[in-house]
Design a protein around this ligand. Sequence first.
Ligand code: NAD
Length: 264
Amino acid sequence: VAGLLSGKRALVMGVANDHSIAWGVAKALSQAGAEIAFTYQGDALGRRVRPLAETLGSDIVIPCDVEDIASVDATFAQLKERWGGLDILVHCIGFSNKNELKGRYADTSRENFSRTMVISAFSFTELAKRAAEMMGPGGSMVTLTYGGATRVMPNYNVMGVAKAALEASVRYLAADYGPQGIRVNAISAGPVRTLAGAGIADARLMYDFQRRHSPLRRPVTIEEVGGAALYLLSDLSSGVTGEIHFVDSGYNIISMPSPEGLKR
Ligand code: NAD
């Protein structure tokens, strides 16, 4: 893959630490020769992200809270000043109140529903719009989703509804930007142990269940998600847009787990 992305400029949003899916993607893009700019949410995460960025030779590390549109605009103003243009956007951002990532979806509050939607779904639309303004033909964007968007996962609740909106946004944005030669896709990752993942009640049960019952019988790594992102963000996938690509050890194809898996 060396040189696949040489000369390309990528904005990677959502690194919290070296377990973050965004970090797996950043490493893959960097190995392929891309220059990377990072955003982080809040000073505490900034202190973690800055040294990680340095290991990939990046000194563009910008604070950005997607709940605050002024912060989003400031990020793109800074990026424009530094780079002028942009080739790649990686959106690995999600949030919902932990108290509602358990129990029944039916009990979701209006306040948390709106907040989850804005941060986890609508932010991608707002970021895509600003990124597209800086992109030429060949630009590519990827966001991260989860199978709970289309099938019920215990405790995933309002995040599942937000991911459904995010996946629909991917299709609409792909249609909007396709004529400009800009592609928009999503990766639907299997469970990965991250900060965000730990907010879901019984996350470990979900992780173990998918590990035991997926065709590959193992969880995916952030490096594997990075590999798929590299494909979607490079010209290797130049004919692909509006796609939800599963990187989940094949879990999504299973209806009933195998009897052998159930006995283990
Ligand atoms: P993570 O905790 O490492 O990353 C989540 C990121 O979202 C953090 O960097 C956090 O700062 C950022 N974020 C939250 N609210 C924000 C805000 N208001 N403004 C800016 N940034 C904000 O966890 P992760 O699992 O790597 O999550 C990345 C993406 O992958 C999320 O969209 C998540 O839903 C998705 N995903 C995760 C899994 C999993 O099992 N971990 C599976 C499928 C999809």
